[in-house]
Design a protein. Structure first.
Length: 459
């Protein structure tokens, strides 16, 4: 094993310059959700240049490269879309030209999540170079689209339209040097309030929807911020960490962290600036921990004192998603992304942990400037944000585990960076982990917690 590990690390280090060049090429193509055409072409060209056995782009626009032959499929997933840059003045350099130093690469998508794509592509190449692809197995490297818009929808397409169901999936989302076996789920909730317009000079003649919404906003903030004492009118989401309120899953909730909610958007309608608003709507970003369901999250808002106060003038619902991909394909789905946790003892999790220990030891590693956030944290942990795992594991129960270059703190932030050392580390670990995955130890009992589907009959 020692010789194999040294050969793998040497191969990954030998590809560092190529991975950095490839990542910078991807960064140079702006690729917000539904606009990934150019970066998809860049990835396809790199895979073909590296001698992937087959490269294809599916109907939604996901780029899929294959290495090896056989009926078994092990996948490595990276989403290739990014968020926008926001206020350009917050960036100290061009987010799409960027720069590199001896230690880091700068630019939009460096950590979230094109760095993972670079490591995945070259990790598969290392597997081929060193004959590490298990017999009868194909390695599927996926550059998935529209994750930032609707995480997991790309994998709904892969499973249901492409008809592909891997044995397990490695997510290359940034993990800050850790191996991640779960995440909170999320929902996108809409609250609509009706009012009656009138001339602004006599507001008492109307029914101001914005004022009604103001009361609801205060209660939603309380839902996020309050404690859960018996005397609290609006009990906070922290209650799910308490066995009194979550007896079956409070320990899982403590592992993932408490649920949260925040108002992310607000809209209104009014005949003019001189009139009372006749409607007001908000979007709520709801992060869900173990023990919470899509139904409970909608119901807790319906049960808020202010929502009950305004009765039938308030409607609480879940968003749907139907934006066309860059190919023009539409896969309509609900804006619900289920929570999931894998058992630490699951074979696919152990494969990554064993690979990390064999290659790098039992503690998180990284470049010097990354170690302040990594040192002392457990090697095996969970994400704070959401990933395509919400569909892979949360919706379909396909075993999923995460290890990816970069850090969550860099996601969606100005002056985004990733670390060159991470690209090398991840490529090496992917190559060895797949080789160490013990087919004979596979079991259907890999899931520690998985939230249920809705009643919308959406696949």
């Amino acid at each position: 094993m020692a010789l194999n590990c040294e050969a793998i690390k040497k191969a990954a280090e030998g590809y560092q310059a190529d991975m950095c060049r490839f990542l910078r090429a991807m960064i140079s193509h702006p690729s917000e959700s539904c606009e990934e055409k150019e970066v998809a072409a860049c990835i396809r060209a790199e895979m073909e240049k590296l001698g992937f056995d087959r490269v294809e782009v599916d109907g939604l626009g996901n780029v899929i490269g294959w290495m090896g032959e056989g009926d078994r499929i092990i996948a490595i997933d990276s989403h290739i879309d990014t968020v926008g840059v926001g206020n350009r003045e917050n960036w100290t350099a061009d987010p799409f030209e960027g720069y590199e130093t001896e230690e880091i690469i700068y630019g939009r998508g460096a950590s979230d999540q094109e760095g993972g794509m670079a490591s995945a592509v070259y990790g598969a190449r290392i597997m081929k170079d060193l004959n590490l692809i298990p017999d009868g197995c194909r390695i599927m490297v996926v550059g998935s689209v529209q994750e930032e818009d609707c995480d997991g929808m790309c994998w709904q397409y892969i499973v249901n339209r492409d008809g592909i169901r891997p044995e397990f999936v490695i997510s290359t989302e940034p993990t800050d040097g850790g191996i991640y076996r779960g995440q909170r789920g999320r929902m996108e909730i809409r609250v609509d309030v009706k009012g009656i317009s009138c001339h602004g000079s006599a507001p008492e003649r109307g029914d101001n929807a914005i004022y009604k919404m103001a009361d609801i906003l205060q209660d939603i903030r309380a839902l996020n911020n309050n404690g859960c004492d018996e005397s609290t009118a609006v009990k906070g989401l922290v209650r799910m960490l308490d066995p009194r309120y979550n007896p079956e899953h409070y320990e899982d909730a403590r592992f993932l962290g408490r649920g949260t909610c925040t108002v992310s958007q607000i809209y209104f309608s009014s005949p003019s600036r001189c009139a009372v608003a006749d409607s007001c709507s908000i979007s709520v970003d709801r992060r869900m921990t173990a023990g919470e369901t899509w139904e409970s999250c909608l119901q807790e808002i319906r049960d808020l004192p202010s929502v009950k106060k305004y009765g039938e003038d308030v409607r609480v619902s879940m968003y749907m998603y139907d934006r066309p991909s860059w190919t023009g394909e539409v896969y309509e789905t609900e804006a619900y992304f289920p929570t999931w946790i894998n058992r630490e003892s699951a074979a696919h999790v152990k494969a990554l942990v064993d690979a990390h220990k064999a290659l790098f030891g039992e503690e998180r590693i990284g470049a010097p400037s990354s170690m302040s956030t990594r040192k002392g944290r457990p090697l095996t942990d969970k994400w704070t944000f959401s990933t395509n795992g919400v569909a892979i594991q949360g919706r379909y129960g396909i075993p999923c585990v995460g290890f990816g270059p970069g850090a969550e703190s860099q996601a969606h932030a100005p002056n985004e960076i990733t670390w060159k050392q991470d690209l090398v580390t991840c490529a090496a670990l992917y190559a060895l982990a797949v080789h160490l995955y013990p087919e004979e130890e596979q079991t259907g009992d890999v899931t520690q917690f998985r939230a249920g589907k809705t009643d919308n009959n959406i696949q």
